[in-house]
Design a protein around this ligand. Structure first.
Ligand SMILES: Nc1ncnc2c1ncn2[C@@H]1O[C@H](COP(=O)(O)OP(=O)(O)OP(=O)(O)O)[C@@H](O)[C@H]1O
Ligand SMILES: [Mg+2]
Length: 231
């Protein structure tokens, strides 16, 4: 099967002033199959977030190829990149990143409206997704009126609202206690199975990685080794 994400020999250098630079990615390669749930582990600073941002069209590489859903994307910039990102990718972050003055429903619906849905249909689909993540009775709550785990459920609903082919999580359970983290991973697993969504999850937590189909390790800007989870 053709991979849904193919990263081939990607490099990325950040300049820090005129003389200094840091080579964050030094020829990283990774393939992810449709519907797969992959964990990325590795030391702090090894390039995990950078690789994820490039795979998710939030950032562009200096060299190497990036393919998403059969389309080469490393040459895309600006609007074209943003459009593809909006259609194909959902993001879940460690700090939830919800809009504090908007209800759970509004937070999810807003993402659908950004992608072109009418206010009415955005609200309907947002409501359905919040039901799906177990927050049907919390749709009017503000983020500050929700627990961390509940806020992350809202963020998952938001990531899924436009039916992305791939969801990227950057330490999505990093701010959660163990039991809540388990719930959130189970929820992502369910979404993965139900919608055939592909998940790439950066994590420092071996428990989270164990719940994934496969773990890849990054070291010094390359994908170092691949471990397939025991069945
Ligand atoms: N915009 C930037 N400008 C300069 N350097 C950057 C930038 N973004 C990241 N870096 C550097 O690139 C390296 C890799 O960063 P990255 O965020 O990808 O690491 P990471 O593996 O996600 O680490 P962590 O586990 O701590 O989140 C780090 O040394 C970081 O300082
Ligand atoms: Mg990171």
């Amino acid at each position: 099967m053709e991979p849904i994400v193919r990263i081939d020999g990607v490099t990325k250098r950040y300049r820090l002033g005129k003389q200094n630079y840091v080579d964050v990615l030094r020829g990283a390669s990774l393939e992810v199959a449709p519907g797969e749930m992959v964990a990325i582990m590795g030391p702090s600073g090894s390039g995990k977030s950078t690789l994820m941002h490039i795979a998710g069209c939030l950032d562009t590489p200096d060299a190497g190829e990036v393919w998403l859903s059969g389309r080469r994307v490393d040459g895309l910039r600006g609007r074209e990149l943003a459009r593809l990102r909006g259609r194909e990718v959902g993001f879940i972050f460690q700090g939830f990143n919800l809009v504090p003055i908007m209800s759970a429903l509004e937070n999810v619906a807003l993402a659908a409206e950004y992608a072109g849905a009418s206010r009415k249909s955005a609200s309907v689909v947002a409501h359905a997704l919040l039901e799906e993540v177990g927050l049907g009775d919390r749709v009017r709550h503000l983020p500050s009126e929700l627990s961390g785990g509940q806020q992350q459920r809202v963020a998952i609903a938001r990531a899924l609202v436009n039916g992305p082919s791939i969801v990227m999580g950057d330490e999505p359970t990093g701010d959660l206690d163990t039991a809540t983290s388990d719930d959130i991973v189970a929820l992502m697993r369910d979404a993965d199975r139900a919608n055939k969504t592909t998940f790439i999850i950066v994590t420092h937590n071996p428990e989270v990685a164990r719940a994934c189909d496969r773990t890849v390790r990054m070291r010094d800007g390359v994908v170092d080794g691949q471990v397939t989870a025991a069945a």
